[in-house]
Design a protein around this ligand. Structure first.
Ligand code: PBG
Length: 347
C-alpha cells in the first residue's frame, strides 16, 4: 500500500500537539467536544430527557389464575389474577408510573369474543377494581378480540376465514362502551379494522362518554416482534395470519394514510407499533400530525434485550435506556413499554 502523504502529515501534527500539550494546531471555530467536557455541560445541552410521565406499563390480567404467573418468554413480566393485581398496581404507583394499559385473558373464549362486552368480562372487572382501589391510576384498555376469540383473530370471522370488517365495528362499539362503564380513562383499539375510530367515537358519544379518550393503534405492522406477547395472552391465530389487517413492514406512505384517517375520525392519540424498527414512522407522524404520538415497545423488543442481558452480552440498564430514548428522540410523546416498572427506579 502506498504511503499517503496526507496521513503522514497528520501523524506529525498529532505528535507535535502531544509535545506542545494544549496548544491547538488548528484554528477551529467549532469544537463540539467543548460541550461534552463534563457532566454539568452535558446535562445542560441534553436535547431529550426520558421521564416517568412518558411511560405506560402494560398489565396482563388472567381470569383463570390466582396470584402471579410469570410469562417465560418475557422475563420479569407476569399475568395476574384479579386480586393479585393490587400488588402490581400499588408497586407501579409507588415507583411513579401512573398509567397502565390493561390486557385481559378471559375465562372462556368463543367465536365472537363476547367476554369483551360483558359487564363482568375480565377487562371490566380489572378496570373496576383498579379504579376503585387506586383512582389515581390512569387506566387505558386494549380494545381487541384476538385474546378472546377461539380462532385468535381480531374480530368476526366468516366461514371462509375472512375477517368481516363492518360486523366487527358493531362489536367494537359494545366493547368500548362496556370498558367506559367500568371506568376506563382511555380506550386503545388495536385491531386495525377500517373505520374503527369513527365507530368507537360514535359509540362512546352516544352513550355519553364524551370524555373517554381514544388512542388508536393507527399504524400497526404485521410484525414478528409480537411473538412473546402471543404466548403471554395465548392469542396466536389458529389459521392464517394478520396480514390482511395489519400493515406491511415495507410501507411508509401507507402509514400516513392510516394515521390521517384515524386523526380525521377523531383519534386523540396516534400510535406506531412496534417501535424500534419503526423510528422513521414515529418521526413522520410527529411531523405530520398535531396530535400526541405514542409508540409501543413490543414484547419481542423487550425479550431480545432481556435475553442478551441474561447471557451477559449487553448491559441491560444502558441498552433499555438507549432504546427508549431513541423512541422519544424520534418524536414519541408516550411510550408503552414493559421496561416501565424497572426503569422508573432510575428516572
Ligand atoms: C392485539 C395486540 C397485540 C399486541 C398488543 N395488542 C398483538 C398482535 O397483534 O398480535 C402486541 C404487544 C406486544 O407484542 O408486546 N390485541
Amino acid at each position: 500500500m502506498p504511503i499517503c502523504a496526507a496521513s503522514v502529515r497528520l501523524e506529525v501534527i498529532v505528535l507535535l500537539e502531544a509535545i506542545l500539550i494544549g496548544v491547538p494546531m488548528f484554528e477551529l471555530l467549532r469544537r463540539p467536544r467543548r460541550l461534552r467536557k463534563n457532566a454539568a455541560i452535558r446535562n445542560m445541552v441534553r436535547e431529550t430527557v426520558l421521564t416517568k410521565n412518558d411511560l405506560v406499563m402494560p398489565i396482563f390480567v388472567n381470569a383463570n389464575i390466582e396470584g402471579e404467573s410469570p410469562i417465560s418468554a418475557m422475563p420479569g413480566i407476569s399475568q395476574w389474577g384479579i386480586q393479585a393485581l393490587d400488588q402490581e398496581v400499588e408497586l407501579l404507583l409507588e415507583r411513579g408510573i401512573n398509567q397502565t394499559l390493561v390486557f385481559g385473558l378471559p375465562e372462556e373464549k368463543d367465536e365472537e369474543g363476547s367476554d369483551t362486552w360483558h359487564e363482568n368480562g375480565i377487562t371490566q372487572r380489572a378496570v373496576r377494581r383498579i379504579k376503585e382501589k387506586f383512582p389515581e391510576m390512569y387506566v387505558i384498555t386494549d380494545v381487541c378480540f384476538c385474546e378472546y376469540t377461539s380462532h385468535g383473530h381480531c374480530g368476526v370471522v366468516a366461514k371462509d376465514g375472512k375477517l368481516l370488517n363492518d360486523l366487527t365495528l358493531r362489536n367494537l362499539q359494545k366493547q368500548v362502551v362496556s370498558h367506559a362503564e367500568a371506568g376506563a380513562d382511555m380506550v386503545a383499539p388495536s385491531g386495525m379494522i377500517d373505520g374503527m375510530i369513527v365507530a368507537i367515537r360514535d359509540g362512546l358519544d352516544d352513550a355519553n362518554f364524551h370524555d373517554v379518550a381514544l388512542m388508536s393503534y393507527a399504524v400497526k405492522y404485521a410484525s414478528a416482534f409480537y411473538g412473546p406477547f402471543r404466548e403471554a395472552v395465548d392469542s396466536a391465530p389458529q389459521f392464517g395470519d394478520r396480514q390482511t389487517y395489519q400493515m406491511d413492514p415495507a410501507n411508509k406512505r401507507e402509514a400516513l394514510i392510516e394515521a390521517g384517517l384515524d386523526f380525521a375520525e377523531g383519534a386523540d392519540v396516534l400510535m406506531v407499533k412496534p417501535a424500534l424498527s419503526y423510528l422513521d414512522i414515529i418521526q413522520d407522524l410527529k411531523r405530520e400530525f398535531d396530535a400526541p404520538i405514542a409508540c409501543y415497545n413490543v414484547s419481542g423488543e423487550y425479550s431480545m434485550i432481556k435475553a442478551a442481558a441474561e447471557k451477559g452480552w449487553i448491559d441491560e440498564a444502558r441498552v433499555r435506556r438507549e432504546a427508549l430514548l431513541s423512541m422519544k428522540r424520534a418524536g414519541a410523546d408516550i411510550i408503552i413499554t414493559y421496561f416501565a416498572k424497572d426503569i422508573a427506579l432510575e428516572l
